[in-house]
Design a protein around this ligand. Structure first.
Ligand SMILES: [Ca+2]
Length: 667
């Protein structure tokens, strides 16, 4: 009788919310294609390997090759520029979509977009809004559920703290009895390279053999795992990387230390994912949780710190920079790195674990190309949530991604349009087996990835018709989907000394390390104005002529001893002429330990009617400025800035960047 009663009760219950699958989307930062065990690595990642063994692996999962653009695509199902870049002004996020479908939505980790996750559909948020921070000390952009959160002075490490909070959010979702969507964005293994002492100790002595051997071993393991075609030819060591056995002793020691630290950081990510898996298992949620693991871009080659010898980067006072040589090994077997649209930049490990939903043999490897833009449509289809076509304040554009549920269910998957690739002036298009690609504004290349995934045999000259058709298609998508004439019309140039980057590691013949970091960024003349990413700055007739080629451009100014203005408050005053209507942002810092754009931006409207607009922005501080950053546009376009001045409280000119006469503002 009791049983019958229970049965009747169960029948009468509404569909239990817990029957909807949960979603756990994990994004790591700057992890190379071969950096985890089930993709060829020697780094110990048993938890990820277990997910792969009981789930599936994608061998051609694409990101956008860069941090923020990958986050935009992951969250919105759109290409970054189309979605409105970091402002997400033409998009809804997966959190908004799933919250509409009855999900408890939470995020833990790196945001790196405008505003905060709690402004974009996440019920809960812990993490840093910034793109990178000290792993032991954090920074002042940490938030907990929309409020500033102070990083503890001791016992803190971001990779661990993010999972501590993620576990609390999961517990809250169980109390609410709602299915959950958790987006976990680790900052590891992004620079600054910082490892916990116990993880660092584990890898000490494991990388003395160097990158040539480590890379060969990874490729041999990839062959064994069957993750890539058996006959695939690995790309050779490029001319810009020195053979390991030709390094001078101090540089070899330094490089070993960098890889030990990177391996330790990646191992820690795996350990923390293990804590999450255990929690889901304990609560009987592991089978019906869709767990996706991806990286936002390939390993990072930018060597931006002074070499430090005989140090252990196991506390917040010592950090190491990324290494180009190791980035090459970590992206094995592919070419190039973070930011490039070659396979080394855009290929991520892609692990999917969902026993209740996957209808393929556990451990299967999927060769069909998929992209971060496909994630939102997939989550929407599985959860039966609707992606809205209209929004009260945002002018929405259609998603470009396609649900890959048919792949998981083995029912046949088709993609109506080629995959579009772009970051700054690195472009590409993947259409079936064929790939169009260029390097940093240089001429187009063409590869047949079915037989040449490592992009060794450029067929641009032998397939002129196909090349032109793909270029035309790429331009069409730039115009019609990204709404960017300037990207579509970018002139590519052949250069005599191709494929170099001043931020890659410079190999030394000296017996001692250099005493300063490698030079980076571009400076114009003697005045301390820096063109930021995607920004070209030229001075003509006392005006700054700015040309923006991609997302989030702008200029920045540093104030050194000689140019430091008296204490604030200040006004920044200038005349702006541009044809793109937008919201401008000014960031400032007064503290040299804090890096832009840590402070909350001051917004100002940009008319965009191509007539000179006088702008004066109050900078409310009683300290002396350390750095300023001025963004007058969030995407591609042009602008002219004249009469750019810093004024004191009495409106007296303190610094003048655009007058003919050299002033205090020059250095
Ligand atoms: Ca990244």
């Amino acid at each position: 009788m009791r049983l019958l009663l229970l049965f009747t009760l169960l029948l009468n219950l509404p569909a239990h919310s817990a029957q909807k699958p949960n979603f756990l989307v994990i994004m790591v930062d700057d992890l190379g294609y071969s950096d985890i065990g089930c993709y060829g690595s020697e780094i110990e990642t048993p938890n990820l390997d277990r997910l792969a063994k009981n789930g599936l692996r994608f061998s051609q999962f694409y990101n956008t090759a860069k941090c923020h653009s990958s986050r935009v695509s992951l969250l919105t199902g759109q290409y970054c520029v189309a979605a409105g870049d970091v402002a997400l002004s033409h998009a809804v996020t997966s959190a908004e979509v799933l919250r509409g479908g009855g999900y408890f939505t939470a995020m833990s980790g790196k945001w790196h977009l405008k505003k905060e996750p709690t402004d974009f559909g996440f019920d809960r948020y812990f993490g840093h809004l910034s793109g990178a921070c000290n792993f032991f000390k954090g920074d002042n952009t940490f938030r907990l559920n929309g409020k500033p959160w102070k990083v503890p002075d001791t016992g803190f490490y971001t990779t661990v703290a993010k999972v501590d909070h993620a576990l609390k959010f999961l517990e809250e979702s169980r109390k609410a009895d709602d299915p959950f969507y958790l987006y976990l964005a680790f900052n590891a293994p992004h620079a600054p390279l910082h490892a916990l002492p116990e993880d660092y100790a584990k890898y000490k002595g494991r990388y003395d053999a160097g990158w040539d051997k480590v890379r060969d071993t990874r490729i041999a393991k990839q062959n064994e795992l069957g993750i890539l075609p058996k006959n695939l030819k690995a790309s050779p060591r490029p001319p810009h990387i020195r053979a390991w056995d030709k390094l001078v002793p101090w540089q070899r020691d330094y490089e070993i230390n960098r890889m030990v630290t990177l391996a330790a950081m990646i191992d820690r990510v795996d350990q923390e994912i293990g804590r999450l898996i255990n929690d889901l298992e304990k609560n009987k949620q592991l089978d019906n949780t869709f767990i996706l693991f991806v990286s936002d871009n390939g390993a990072c080659p930018y060597d931006r710190r002074k070499p430090l010898l005989d140090v252990e980067p196991t506390n917040g006072d010592i950090a190491l920079a990324d290494s180009t040589g190791w980035a090459w090994a970590r992206n094995a077997p592919f070419r190039f790195y973070k930011q490039n649209q070659f396979e080394g930049g855009i290929s991520t490990p892609g692990i999917l674990h969902w026993p209740a939903g996957i209808k393929l043999k556990p451990g299967a490897v999927i060769d069909t190309p998929v992209h971060l833009i496909d994630v939102l449509p997939t989550l929407a289809e599985i959860s039966k949530s609707t992606i809205p076509a209209k929004h009260p304040t945002r002018e929405l554009r259609p998603v470009s991604g396609v649900s890959f549920l048919p792949i998981i269910e083995n029912t046949g998957f088709t993609r109506p349009e080629p995959l579009y690739l772009q970051f700054a002036k690195d472009f590409g298009l993947r259409d079936g087996d064929w790939k169009l690609v260029n390097f940093k504004g240089q001429e187009w290349e063409l590869y047949n990835l079915a037989e040449d995934r490592t992009e060794l045999n450029n067929l641009a000259d032998s397939e002129p018709k196909r090349l032109q058709a793909m270029i035309t298609k790429w331009q069409e998508i730039s115009r019609n989907i990204l709404h960017s004439e300037s990207i579509a019309n970018t002139k590519l140039t052949a250069v005599s000394n191709p494929k170099e980057n001043r931020e890659w590691t410079k190999f030394s013949d000296a017996n001692e390390p250099p005493t300063s970091a490698q030079k980076k960024g571009s400076r114009t003349g003697k005045l301390s104005i820096r063109a930021r990413k995607n920004t070209k700055l030229t001075r003509k007739d006392n005006a700054l002529h700015l040309s923006f080629t991609g997302d989030d451009p702008g200029i920045a100014m540093d104030f050194r001893r000689k140019t430091k203005p008296p204490v604030g408050p200040y006004f920044l005053s200038f005349t702006l002429t541009t044809d793109s209507k937008d919201t401008g942002h000014l960031y400032f810092t007064t503290n040299q330990t804090s890096v832009l754009p840590k402070a909350a931006p001051i917004s100002f409207p940009v008319n965009g009617d191509n007539t000179p607009q006088k702008i004066r922005i109050a900078i409310d501080t009683n300290k002396s400025l350390h750095q300023l950053r001025l963004d007058v546009s969030s995407g591609p376009g042009k602008a002219i800035i004249e009469e750019l001045k810093l004024l004191g409280q009495n409106k007296k000119t303190l610094l003048d960047w655009t007058s003919k006469k050299k002033t205090q503002g020059s250095d």
